[in-house]
Design a protein around this ligand. Sequence first.
Ligand code: LR7
Ligand code: MN
Length: 506
Amino acid sequence: MGRRVELSAEKQEEADKLFKKEAFNIVASDMIALNRSVSDNRDPQCSRVSYPKVMPNASVVIIFHNEAWSPLLRTVHSVVNRSPPEYLHEVILLDDFSDRAGLGEKLDGYIKDTWPDGIVKVVRAPERQGLIRARVLGAKAATGEVLVFLDSHCECNVQWLEPLVARIKESRSALLCPMIDVIDAKAMSYNGIGAGSVGGFWWSLHFSWRPLPQRERKRRKSSVETIRSPTMAGGLFAADRKYFFEIGGYDPGMDVWGGENLEISFRVWMCGGTLEFVPCSRVGHIFRSSHPYTFPGNKDTHGLNSKRLAEVWMDGYKRLFYHHRRDLLVINPQFNADAGDFSDRLQLRRDLKCKSFKWYLENVYPEKFIPDENVIAYGMVRNPSSNLCLDTLSKDEKMVFNLGLYGCQGGVSSNQLFSLSQSNELRREESCMDSVGGEGSPVKLMPCHGSRGHQEWTYNLETKVIVHSSGKCLDKVEEKNGGEVKVEKCNGKDSQIWEFENYIGP
Ligand code: LR7
Ligand code: MN
């Protein structure tokens, strides 16, 4: 039923050793039945939904490169066992040029013996494709009406397929994601997550989860209705097969891993489709903290793929990506910043008459903070007497931490870019400067709450002081790199003087 695996001390030691290679607990996985059940963790309303008799059938495409045996086969078993035969046209296992023992003849043999009806097919790439081109190869081999893509370490929950194909029957231009449950990489337990999140992104073009926006809560009439999401995580989704190719499949210039998830998300919205999460369809996925495979040429494929996507889809907003990746801005062979030719993708965008990225931001993701638009000030925040600037010191901005100071970098370090928002927040993309207001207490960066209070700061253009809602002034603690900032009684001294790189005004 998806419960955690308990290991003896001896097995645990072996598991720890192998964890480095696989990035998940292979020993535990090998102990669980390949066709284990998982608990039905759907919203109770889901089991009361009735689906039409006639619905499109699906080809489930599972791509893999050197995946471990047990998670790979558990994925296939869960698809076959928990999909009604009338809607499961085929399962395509797309082998992206694996060279791991067991994934050749042994796999073919197992599949022939286990599913003699031929419902599961293996297609092998003639050379390493990377996950993006591998998915396209799988999709090209498929003949079902709907494509469903899965990673090779998933477990489908009960009735996962019906709500996907039912929604595509209603709306052929919808890309649909199941709710992604978590299969714990250490204990291999199947853990349901809520249905309270949608996809977002960081301007560095990494995917993020976000709370379900208010307008989406209002729009939906029941908990089983699909949820519109600005982006998707990437690996698990369904689409009408013909529609998938009509809107351009994937960018074949993208290598190995990364970027394609945001690319297809922006594209589907901008080119007239929708992206929706389907609450009654749940699929578990093993979240691994590293990539257990090689990146040929040691390229930063996430960076280069993201550069392609920024250049093709983000119009002027690509500047916000390059703030994080100045190294990708100029083609410098030394830094390997050449993302190749993407004129075909620009042509696709023209052919499909897609809308602008500004339209996407305004209509699909209006909550997204744009650091340099509709703000009072933007850029470095400098203390002139010391030439120190506010700086995140590269800390993880999903965490709460004390804000620091560092020698001003002339705008080249994204760590020093801050915005003074219209609602008087001194902020980064997601986090705000926060002070409890006690004299001398350090100023922290923490998630913006949007209700002023401890996160409200006003700038006085004449006196150049930044005044906190407590009436105290932003002050530096120590005049050194890595020093912190605090609030202190306003005293007009040099340590309380701040200049914004770009002051636009309220
Ligand atoms: O060269 C490769 N060839 C492949 O066939 C590299 C990988 N792959 C296969 C691999 O075996 C796996 O089945 O591609 C699949 C995805 O690779 P993962 O599992 O290493 O990726 P991930 O789960 O870490 O990453 C997420 O983001 C990726 C961005 O490129 C892909 O879109 C993944 O599919 C995606 N996974 C999910 O969305 C699952 C849910 C995660 C969340 C949130
Ligand atoms: Mn994965």
